[in-house]
Design a protein around this ligand. Structure first.
Ligand SMILES: [Zn+2]
Length: 165
């Protein structure tokens, strides 16, 4: 039994949660890796259940910076159509650069996570207190028309917008 920093990504044999490269693990040749403590297992479970950021590990830090810059500097209007579901929206025509808008929508589709809004499912992407989602298009489609002219955002409400397991 040795304590070490994980050299490759694995799974905890106790809680089943991922052990990212570099995390502190206890490792035994015949048993495999585990979190150092039960508290670390519990924390890993909590983290995995939280509606956190994108789960797609293919997002690069550069892409994260770009999407944050674009979405945080976009102009947002309060949606008046659904007062019971407070949210804001930004329209493609409000963006100075069409390619940036297109890129942002595709990026949300690529690395976002599925979530429910009312009775429909959309692809969500979280930054800070907000979750962002775009409303159109089939993410699996090769059709290169973007299929939407707006992106929505709302303050994250973990109880009302569930993440599909
Ligand atoms: Zn564990």
């Amino acid at each position: 039994m040795v304590t070490m920093a994980a050299k490759w990504a694995g799974k905890c044999r106790v809680c089943g949660m991922p052990l990212p490269v570099g995390s502190q693990i206890e490792w035994a040749k015949d048993e495999g890796a585990r979190h150092l403590t039960d508290a670390a297992c519990a924390a890993a479970k909590l983290l995995s259940a939280a509606p956190a950021g994108p789960v797609d590990c293919t997002e690069t830090p550069e892409e994260r910076v770009r999407i944050m810059r674009l979405l945080l500097t976009a102009s947002w209007r309060v949606a008046k159509t659904m007062p019971q579901v407070p949210h804001e929206y930004t329209l493609q025509k409000m963006w100075p650069n069409f390619d940036d808008f297109t890129w942002a929508v595709y990026h949300i589709r690529r690395v976002g996570y599925r979530g429910r809004f009312g009775s429909a499912y959309y692809t969500y992407y979280d930054i800070g207190e907000h979750q962002y989602w775009e409303c159109g298009g089939d993410p699996a489609s090769d059709d290169d028309r973007i299929g939407t002219t707006l992106i929505n955002r709302a303050v994250r409400a973990p109880r009302s917008v569930g993440r599909e397991a």
